[in-house]
Design a protein around this ligand. Sequence first.
Ligand code: GKE
Length: 331
Amino acid sequence: MSKYLVCGAGGFIGGHLVKRLMDQGNDVVCADIKPTEYWFQYFEENQNYSLDLKEYENCLKVTEGTDFIYNMACNMGGMGFIENNKAECMLSVLINTNLLRACIQNKVSKYFFSSSACVYNGQKQKEIFVPGLKEADAYPAEPEDGYGWEKLFSERMCRHFTEDFGLETRVVRYHNVYGPIGTYDGGREKAPAALCRKIINAKMNNIDTIDVWGDGKQTRSFMYIDDCLDGTEKVFNSSKKEVYNVGSSEQVSINQMIDMIEEIAKVKLKRNFQLDKPKGVRGRSSDNTKIENEINWSPKINLKDGLEKTYKWIFDQIKSGSNTSKYTRSY
Ligand code: GKE
């Protein structure tokens, strides 16, 4: 039986990944900076560590005896968080750096780094409904300030640890992952969850208007968590050492996504466009040609279906009075 370490196990993607690895019968070690009571998904039977992976000693401790590592750990969130916490986002470089060093020391077999669409050159994302971003579009480098620079730098560090020390590494660039058991309030939430929450609140409280950041014409593609895990697993298990997009090519405007959520909620609301709020790039989507051809993966869940599942989960959380902001504060 292989031993997997999931770093960032208390977060959204990390939590789902731990569950999947356990369902497959693997031995899983979990690490996160948050106290375990704040993990989105917590499984007592695993070896669970609450510690700061920015510290090398902690990286040495959790990697000992593990074969495979998924590094999902970083200080992150939607536009509202990454535009206002650039130094915090860049400090995540210490997590990747010290994990890579510990992998060499503890002779780990394979290391996975979760990068982001935020590495892509801003010049290619200036219009709405732009062509999907190809992996090569990350260079010349002009990534998202703060968060994107850290991701791009850490990608390269993985590459050089492979070249110089022979460590097997795999890197993917996620495009706005969403789904149940994730952040929908507290300031770190991304657009799909934030807009589901706003529409649910408006409906429950008979309010006829929601706040929308920007003019609603900006575009993105959103990837459902199950697709994210399938793509991640395929790249991890592949012999290919390239960097791949793991995202959806279903590009929609924020207004189009709101239309879908309103249809799910069976409500029609007015939109108060807040032009002074964090907006990020004007247009972004994933070109999946490379991963389709080389890894034989493409996402299966369309946005409407994924939003339906996400909406239902957030609706149940709000109805039951639970509040996830405690899971998403900074440590
Ligand atoms: N978060 C949020 N909340 N965004 C909103 C809202 C709202 O209530 N209303 C409209 N938006 C708009 C934002 O202004 C932005 O233009 C768009 O939705 C998407 O915002 P987002 O989901 O917060 O994040 P981005 O796609 O811009 O960026 C995210 O990209 C990922 C990779 O694709 C990053 O925040 C990272 O979380 C991540 O790496």
